[in-house]
Write a protein that binds this ligand. Structure first.
Ligand code: ZN
Ligand code: ZN
Length: 255
């Protein structure tokens, strides 16, 4: 995997798109500073990794933003695969506490020995992995799951991941300005009352606030797919004056 690159294994979001696989849902494979980080391994992640010519044995870190199945379903399968059934533990799992521990965790207990290190993802938190700074940014408002934004910093490069959640003013603090890439889980074209997800106008506010060098929209619902994410990205790009792209399954970008 090319140093400082991102592959979108899946770009679907929301119940219908993910559970009917109108778009794939395997998460995001990030290489930063030579380390391979798998983010939000949703349903099919294991399949999509191999489909894209990647290999689970190369995974160094797994990050889960929250426990919903579209973000965590393949966590156990990928750990099993990447560690040869826990014989060769992978470096680090970063996830909110309710993914790892508590009443109803996603992580199977017997796979814990396949992880050299587990750290809880929390807001205003950071850790260092082989020179990569992994930061928990803001606690999002997202129903039924502790959800936290994540950033990756290495050698002046910054990639920000803004996972699912309903927009609130607090999201205009806590992420880094001028990131190389800022990825937004943009589920809806317009704000939708009662839904705990970001919409395009919310993303516009965040881009204007944080001025990333490039913004990527992903995690699309049926409503978003019907509105043509490509057109939305082009329009938004003109409005905010930075490149905005809508991700497609298998899309690869470098930074
Ligand atoms: Zn969710
Ligand atoms: Zn989601």
């Amino acid at each position: 995997m090319l140093k400082n690159s991102i592959v979108f294994l899946g770009t679907g979001g929301g119940r219908v798109v993910v559970f009917r696989q109108l778009r794939h849902s395997g998460g995001i494979w990030l290489n930063i500073g030579g380390e391979n980080i798998l983010i939000d391994p949703g349903p099919g992640s294991l399949i999509r990794i191999y489909e894209r010519g990647l290999d689970t044995k190369d995974i160094d870190v797994i990050v889960v933003s929250h426990r919903h199945l579209d973000h965590s379903n393949d966590l156990n399968a990928v750990i099993e695969a990447s560690t040869e059934s826990t014989k060769k533990p992978l470096g680090l799992l970063v996830a909110p506490e309710d993914v790892v521990d508590g009443e109803d965790p996603i992580l199977l207990k017997y796979l814990r020995k396949g992880l050299s290190q587990i750290q809880y993802l929390k807001p205003n938190w950071e850790t260092d992995y082989q020179g990569i700074k992994i930061k928990g940014t803001v606690k999002h408002l997202h129903k039924g799951a502790e959800t936290i934004g994540v950033e990756f910093h290495h050698d002046g490069k910054v990639v920000s991941y803004v996972p699912c959640g309903k927009f609130f003013e607090g999201m205009l603090e806590g992420y880094t300005e001028g990131a190389d890439i800022m990825i937004f889980n943009t589920t809806f074209p317009e704000p939708k009352e009662g839904y705990y997800h970001l919409s395009v106008p919310d993303v516009e506010k965040m881009i204007n606030r944080y001025k990333p060098k490039k913004a990527v929209l992903t995690h699309f619902s049926v409503a978003m797919l019907k509105s043509d994410p490509q057109k939305i990205a082009t329009k938004l790009s003109r409005k905010v004056g930075i490149p905005v792209v809508s991700a497609y399954d298998g899309m690869k970008i470098t930074f």
